[in-house]
Design a protein around this ligand. Structure first.
Ligand SMILES: [Fe+2]
Length: 260
């Protein structure tokens, strides 16, 4: 399986706090059935004073971790990227090389502040798309506008935005309410990949893609589970075409979203 969202790089953001912790994540990823991990630390166009983010430091940590993984004889492949904070200057920063797409692809991982409006999110996503980037939206299940009305994802999906559901939302690790939303989005074809958003042992957020893969398989069948954890992530890294299923609107009944 391929995990396109992790904070495995050590001493960089709120992810792995040491190289030893990063290696612990790498071992846990392999044990979890993951063979490719994207390293996606939080990055902003203009990093705030409390951020260590720079592409130079990202590349340095990446090289250190890759060397350590090889020295341990672990068969885990790393792909560099940034979890890009959605803001007006981000497209310019990406084009200038201050933020990263996944590896050599035109695809990027984008996150927003949780309270962002639907309109602002749509405009920022569109800004990347008109610059010919493929947008993977990190954890759509967490945004207020999605929790308020999950169908707001449909026009974004229709424009080719890929939705990354967090494995812990689907397994129930993030609570019942989040799991209900995760399952609803999945059943209604509004999820395109699963990823762990692993932060490391200090936050007890370790790789759990196999568990989420199993829940997705029970709910939607083995083929879809494989698409979410292997085929679509591979297509993202390769800039290959992806056939997106048509999302089905979720109906609302007395204030509750439910599956038809
Ligand atoms: Fe993240």
């Amino acid at each position: 399986m391929i995990d396109l969202h992790t904070h495995i790089l050590h001493e960089f953001d709120d992810g792995a706090q040491s190289l030893a912790a990063a290696l612990e994540i790498a071992q846990a990823a392999l044990a979890n059935g993951i063979t490719v991990v994207a390293t996606t630390p939080h990055g902003r166009a203009i990093p705030p004073a409390n951020s260590r983010y720079s592409v130079a430091l990202l590349r340095e940590r990446f090289a250190e971790l890759q060397a350590a993984i090889r020295a341990e004889g672990l068969a885990l492949e790393l792909v560099a990227g940034t979890e890009i904070y959605g803001e007006a200057q981000a497209v310019d920063a990406l084009q200038a090389g201050r933020l990263l797409t996944y590896g050599t692809s035109r695809a990027l991982l984008l996150e927003f502040p949780l309270e962002i409006s639907r309109q602002a999110a749509a405009e920022l996503i569109f800004g990347f798309q008109v610059a010919n980037y493929r947008v993977v939206l990190a954890h759509p299940e967490r945004y207020r506008f999605v929790r308020h009305d999950p169908n707001t994802l449909i026009p974004l999906i229709e424009r080719g935005t890929l939705m990354q559901l967090t494995s812990g939302a689907l397994t129930g690790r993030q609570g019942d309410q989040m799991q209900r939303m995760a399952k609803l989005l999945l059943r209604h074809s509004m999820v395109h990949i699963l990823a762990t958003d692993t932060h490391g042992p200090h936050l007890r957020r370790m790789p759990d893609l196999a568990e989420a893969h199993a829940v997705a398989g029970e709910l939607m069948g083995a083929d879809l589970a494989a698409r979410l954890t292997q085929h679509t992530p591979a297509a993202i890294l390769a800039d290959a075409p992806i056939d997106l299923p048509t999302p089905e609107p979720i109906r609302r009944w007395f204030g509750f979203w439910y599956s038809s």
